[in-house]
Design a protein around this ligand. Sequence first.
Ligand SMILES: Cc1cc2nc3c(=O)[nH]c(=O)nc-3n(C[C@H](O)[C@H](O)[C@H](O)COP(=O)(O)O)c2cc1C
Length: 192
Amino acid sequence: MKIGIIVGATREGRGTDRAAKWVARAAEKLEGADVEVLDLRDYELPFFDEAISPQYNPERKPEGAVKAWLDKLAEKDGFVVVTPEYNRSLPAVLKNALDYVAYELEKKPVALVAHGSTGGAQAVHTLRAVTAGALGVSVPRATYIPTMAGMAFDEEGNLNEDLAANPYGPNGALQATLADFQWYATALKDAR
Ligand SMILES: Cc1cc2nc3c(=O)[nH]c(=O)nc-3n(C[C@H](O)[C@H](O)[C@H](O)COP(=O)(O)O)c2cc1C
């Protein structure tokens, strides 16, 4: 099962990459998992300005970073999106990257891991709608990390001691989210 862990923020000094390392290590333990971190910093996507909506453009011929991004998504069986909440929503850079998607997410599971002062709840809420628009299937459980990622994790993606000690904290939530993800990934892959 090919899993893409999407790093949903690109700003200098971001903490989302730390959270993504934590997620990737846990995802690697899933049976049959082949995990790759997909960092939006590696895809210099311009603001989406195509004349026709991607799902309605059979003549579309993406090039450069756009082609690289879409080809990368197409090869995966499912995704875990790691995202901060910016202004009660998902970061614009992540929304822009998802606006390029035509059918690359179709019938594939998307698990959501969010962080922020309010646990990223509004980013998750919005991302579920965006995922459906991109024809992906957001899995029911999500992980909400109730603080800034830069404070929750060290540079290697180790969760801080207080959060790790909490039996209702992020570690348990991530396990539950990934268990959901695996169930849907297996079922959807068979069905596809
Ligand atoms: C522009 C901006 C807007 C933010 N808006 C919110 C918000 O609406 N709700 C929230 O809970 N946290 C908000 N935060 C806090 C971030 O979600 C939190 O610091 C997150 O861990 C940042 O991830 P990053 O370090 O990868 O950018 C905001 C941060 C930034 C930079």
